[in-house]
Design a protein around this ligand. Structure first.
Ligand code: AGP
Length: 594
């Protein structure tokens, strides 16, 4: 997944583009580049490394002027991070930046570009070489013919020296927005251009945008002109930076109480839901997501099954779509996605819809592809999340799932009102318990000192504790680069316990009190083989080398409080290890490729 941006009719296009790229950097940051047309000639610069490296290089080129240009920040899919593999890619009169994957690039090279010596190892270069090879003198026609040959996902912005006053964009599967303001802009997401535009258009699959200095026209891949209606959008929240926090991740961990409170308050007031999802009681419910969103789904499954008394299937999106899922009009499908742009989750949404299922998405970005294509949307109010490792958006997803479980229980009449009323009032104060959970930070800092050099750390839990263990393990892995594994505690003895030896670090999430005695047995089993165990618990009974206490809450909501020490632990270990906490290696905030 990468971020692309383009603009036309913008004085100082280069700085507008680099500013936009800085806002898109969360989408990928191993290399970056820019191209502008100056005096009917394409000028470009591209560099391995962060956008700051590109900006530094541009500072040495005072004549990088022009009012039309394109830019790109990369997360490598084909070809290692390098200057040559960075975008834009150039061929003849064309420059191209691309977000997505061209799945048939090898076949296209074989068929059309056999004699062309490529300058990079990327799939994207095939696009620009094809444009050059097929160029008929008419850009729209050439783009139309080229787009029809491409398979996979692509959001591309194109410059052509023969049309120095026109910016072209093409979309299939990867997100692309067009904004009109003082000039016209194209971007992978709204954050890059939000403060520069007054009118917003969302490009759909199979569309080409022809962008002049003042307006955008839209065509199908068959060159049929189409009229698009603008989308409503809110001006961006002012991103007040890291404030007095060292990293965005720590700031966002501390923003979790507010994120949960705002999300709950948006839909639940005085114990009454402001939700209206036209759904009959289904045979079963699917929850589909990736990464941390999937882990939120694991926790959501528990409350759904407890209150709705129907099976809930939670699946990883990349597996769901190829598993021939047993989806029909009676199996509503919930898609959870912070960015609302995750390609696997978007594809799963489309798969569920194609099989007749009603779809409901829990997203944190209103103007996202998943929100746009869902039948219903529950928008979490976590605010913009900048750290690649999600925390507050994940916690807001949990709150959204708790609300949905209670809402559907009331709607389908599957839980008594005494139960639902109690849960709603506990949910309305959950944010205060999350706030209290933050009090463990000093203890966590000491624990981080002990664990910072660990090579392996195992996270175990039973029931909801397993969902917490999964998310705690992912957090630590993705920002500290320590190998971690989450395991159902009762399953350890069926093989994985062979890895436990003297000094092995194990973290146990004691989330469901009724399962504590069983979890204690599993803790004792690994201790007997030399493990050093840290337990996260809201009770005083669990015995372990270290015990981190969390506030007591309804066990159905306990992942929300128990994840806080695990997030803080991953943060402080990564900090001690000198890792790039907000932008970990190899990752990106929004994975818009399969
Ligand atoms: C979470 O810390 C990771 N960055 C990643 O697993 C993320 O949760 C996953 O890629 C899903 O992203 P989404 O919520 O935007 O769909």
């Amino acid at each position: 997944m990468c971020g692309i941006i383009g603009c036309n009719g913008v004085e100082g296009a280069a700085s507008a583009i680099t500013q936009g790229l800085e806002r898109l950097e969360y989408r990928g940051y191993d290399s970056a580049g820019i191209a502008i047309i100056d005096n009917k000639k394409i000028r470009y610069e591209k560099k391995k490394g962060r956008i700051s490296v590109l900006i530094k290089a541009l500072k040495t080129q005072s004549d990088f002027v022009g009012s039309i240009g394109i830019g790109h920040t990369r997360w490598a899919t084909h070809g290692k991070p390098s200057d040559e593999n960075a975008h834009p890619h150039i061929s003849g009169k064309f420059a191209v930046v691309h977000n997505g994957i061209i799945e048939n690039y090898r076949q296209l090279k074989e068929k059309y570009l056999k004699l062309v010596s490529l300058k990079s190892d990327t799939d994207t270069e095939i696009i620009v070489q094809l444009l050059n090879r097929l160029y008929s003198g008419n850009c729209l026609e050439t783009l139309s013919n080229t787009a029809k040959l491409l398979e996979g996902s692509f959001a591309i912005a194109v410059l052509c020296e023969d049309e120095p006053d026109t910016l072209y964009c093409v979309r299939k599967s990867s997100p692309l927005l067009i904004g009109v303001g003082n000039g016209v802009y194209a971007a992978s997401d709204l954050s890059a251009i939000n403060d520069r535009i007054h009118t917003l258009y969302r490009m759909n699959d199979g569309e080409i945008a022809v962008i002049s200095k003042t307006e955008a026209e839209f065509y199908t891949f068959d060159k049929k002109k189409i009229v698009k209606n603008p989308e409503e959008f809110e001006k961006a929240e002012s991103n007040c930076g890291k404030e007095n926090y060292e990293h965005y991740m720590l700031k966002e961990i501390y923003e979790q109480p507010a994120a949960v409170q705002k999300t709950v308050d948006a839909y639940l007031e005085n114990n009454k839901f402001r939700l209206d999802f036209e759904l009959n009681k289904p045979e079963r419910i699917y929850i589909v997501a990736c990464g941390s969103a999937y882990h939120a789904g694991l926790a959501g499954k528990r409350i759904f099954e407890e209150l709705l008394k129907i099976p809930v299937i939670v699946q990883v999106a990349s597996e769901f779509r190829y598993s021939n899922p047993l989806i029909n009009e009676n199996t509503p499908t919930i898609i959870i996605s912070q960015s609302g742009e995750t390609a696997d989750s978007l594809a799963a949404l489309r798969e569920a819809k194609s099989r007749g299922a009603k779809t409901l998405s829990i997203v944190n970005v209103r103007h996202s592809s998943i929100a746009a294509e869902s039948d219903y949307v529950l928008l979490t109010r976590a605010g913009q999340e900048t750290a690649v490792a999600t925390t507050k958006a994940y916690s807001a997803q949990l709150a959204a799932l708790y609300m949905l479980g209670i809402y559907f229980a009331e709607k389908f009449g599957t839980a008594d009102s005494k139960t639902t009323e109690k849960l709603k009032s506990q949910l309305e104060t959950l944010h205060t318990a999350i706030l209290s959970a933050l009090d463990c930070e000093m203890q966590i800092k000491e624990l981080a000192q002990q664990l910072q050099s660990a090579e392996h750390i195992y996270f175990i839990g039973r029931g909801l504790g397993y969902a917490a263990a999964c998310e705690g393990s992912l957090k630590l892995k993705e920002i500290s680069y320590i190998h971690c594994e989450a395991y159902a505690a009762g399953e350890m003895k069926h093989g994985t316990i062979s890895l436990i030896e003297k000094g092995t670090n194990v973290i146990a999430a004691d989330t469901e009190p009724k399962l504590s005695p069983k979890l204690q047995s599993n803790i004792d089993e690994v201790v007997a083989r030399g493990a050093r165990v840290t337990a996260i618990t809201s009770q005083g009974k669990i015995k372990a080398d270290s015990v981190i206490k969390t506030p007591a809450v309804n066990e159905l909501f306990a992942v929300s409080t128990q994840i806080v020490p695990l997030q803080l632990l991953s943060y402080h270990i990564a900090r001690l290890r000198g890792c790039d906490i907000d932008k970990p290696r190899n990752l990106a905030k929004s994975v818009t490729v399969e």
